[in-house]
Design a protein around this ligand. Structure first.
Ligand SMILES: *[C@@H]1O[C@H](CO)[C@@H](O)[C@H](O)[C@H]1NC(C)=O
Ligand SMILES: *[C@@H]1O[C@H](CO)[C@@H](O)[C@H](O)[C@H]1NC(C)=O
Length: 496
């Protein structure tokens, strides 16, 4: 056993020497990401990043065909466990590796080779049980999980939005929320209780199908951790509910905030679902968009590309401006619903274009629909530069975005959009830098891990401001795990 170790060490040393002495090796490589800790971080799709370079400033000599990523595990009965691996090429010398476990594995080996030579600390051998995402194994308290996942401190945004309310006593507040918002035709609201890590809810409204999105993230979290007991209301509609001009503040979770409301903002159902369904039902997510929008900046068309429906009058305005400036735009409406009468003027409806094709163009537009457009994270990650009209609506992360750093600001009525596009054409280097910054921002703040962390932090902090005892209330139904999978929860190798 000892000999083998020494031999291995020698090999590793030799490899280092080789790396420096031959020309055809990748000398500057980095590998990082939560997918390298699969025993601790359980996600639907695990992922990590690879950056390759012979010379940190030269990416042009990297070839995807020389990169070989193998992820192999053992199942309990000593067979290969089922793992699906997907490598996304960002075409800048860096790659995203995603993999999905279809069963629980008793060990896993991740090997990453370029030109047949291992990179960084490859092979990564994890001799612990690796849970698949559908394993129902809440064995750790949320603090432990936040720590293992390296979620970092509680985001300021969570603190400030909860400080707005101070301590919350649902025994007082509950009745007034229901009285105010039980309006079946205009409001869709669900009342949730998580008690002993079980989920219960009662919904108010005619259209409450979107409760599946809230259910899904709660079900996912309660498979991974023991959530603290909480009681909360979740708004399933577009518009925030707790308007500032009402004479009471209502602590309601929403997906979209506005400058004139108090709602507590969580990541949208869109990005949350793309996190839960990564490598699953949803094909557009924050990782796939990076691998499928990888045309180099220089080869993107210097025009603003936009497709969407007529859910905002400024979107009609956009079509008007685009028609007057065909050399700067390729913009069309894809559906008429809100302004059906104007289809003759602003139509015809354009054919469907894959979202990934948007990034054949340098300039993108993050224009509101009924509220904030939930495609924002993907637009920021696609390697093009985003033009963002001013708006009172926002998603939870907008406050950290800076004009001319992460996007180019335009007026709410987009009257200055032509001027701003011309600016970008004349300042191509700056525009390119903004596009790179926005992608970096997304990779630092909006990856699947961040989406999980944000929810965990929020529910944990929210539990701390509740002063009323959390109990399952009359009329609530249980929300149960959909599949029951056999997994050995919580068995560490060294405990055997
Ligand atoms: C980058 O690498 C390629 C291929 O090895 C080489 O032809 C090119 O000259 C290099 N560029 C720079 C700026 O070093
Ligand atoms: C606009 O984009 C669509 C979809 O990619 C394309 O088919 C069409 O040719 C473009 N129009 C112009 C004028 O370039």
């Amino acid at each position: 056993m000892k000999c083998l170790c020494k031999l291995l060490l020698l090999c590793l040393l030799l490899k280092k020497v080789c790396l420096i002495s031959t020309n055809d090796n990748v000398e500057f490589s980095e590998v990082w990401g939560p997918g390298l800790k699969p025993d601790q971080i359980v996600m639907p799709a695990r992922y990590f990043f690879i950056k390759l370079a012979h010379n940190p400033s030269n990416k042009s000599d990297i070839s995807k065909s020389k990169l070989l990523v193998e992820i192999d595990g053992e199942s309990k009965n000593r067979k290969h466990c089922r793992v699906w691996t997907n490598v996304l090429d960002r075409n800048d010398g860096s790659f995203i590796v995603r993999y999905k476990l279809y069963e629980f594995c008793s060990s896993l080996k991740i090997s990453i080779r370029y030109d047949n030579k291992h990179l960084a600390d490859s092979p990564y051998v994890i001799n612990e049980q690796i849970l698949s995402d559908d394993c129902n194994c809440p064995t750790q308290k949320i603090e432990e999980v936040l720590n293992n996942w390296e979620c970092g401190p509680v985001p300021d945004l969570i603190k400030t939005s909860l400080d707005e309310f101070g301590p919350i006593d649902w025994n007082i507040k509950r009745k007034s929320v229901i009285k105010k918002f039980d309006q079946p035709y205009s409001v869709s609201l669900c009342h949730y209780v998580v008690k002993n890590n079980n989920i219960y809810r009662k919904c108010y409204g005619k259209h409450v199908g979107f409760n599946m999105f809230v259910d899904n993230i709660l079900l996912s979290l309660t498979r991974k951790t023991i959530l603290p007991d909480i009681e909360f209301f979740s708004n399933l509609g577009d518009w925030p509910l707790s308007a500032r001009n009402l004479n009471e503040k209502y602590p309601i979770f929403s997906w979209c905030g506005s400058t004139d409301s108090y709602d507590i903002i969580l990541p949208t159902y869109d990005i949350t679902e793309s996190t839960l369904e990564n490598m699953g039902r949803v094909s557009l997510d924050i990782l796939s968009v990076q691998g499928n929008s990888n045309i180099e900046w220089e080869n993107r068309i210097p025009r603003l590309f936009w497709r969407g429906r007529d859910s905002n009058k400024y979107r009609l305005e956009l079509i008007k401006i685009a028609r007057n400036n065909p050399d700067l735009f390729n913009a069309s409406l894809t559906n008429f619903f809100f302004y059906k009468d104007e289809e003759e003027i602003y139509g015809p409806k354009a054919e469907y274009v894959s979202f990934f094709k948007f990034f054949d163009y340098k300039y993108q537009l993050g224009i509101d629909g009924t509220v904030a457009a939930y495609r924002m994270p993907y637009l920021l990650a696609g390697g093009s530069v985003l033009f963002k009209p001013a708006s009172k609506y926002y998603e939870y992360f907008y406050k950290d975005l800076k004009p001319y750093v992460h996007y180019i600001p335009v007026k709410e009525d987009i009257s200055d959009i032509v001027e701003k596009i011309k600016w970008a054409i004349d300042h191509d280097e700056e525009a390119k830098a903004i596009a790179e910054n926005s992608r970096r921002f997304i990779n630092e703040h909006l990856l699947p891990k961040n989406i999980f962390c944000y929810h965990m932090h929020m529910f944990n902090e929210f539990s701390k401001v509740l002063t009323s005892r959390v109990q399952v209330l009359e009329g609530m139904e249980a929300v149960k795990q959909k599949t029951v999978v056999n997994c050995d929860c919580n068995i560490k190798k060294d405990e055997l």
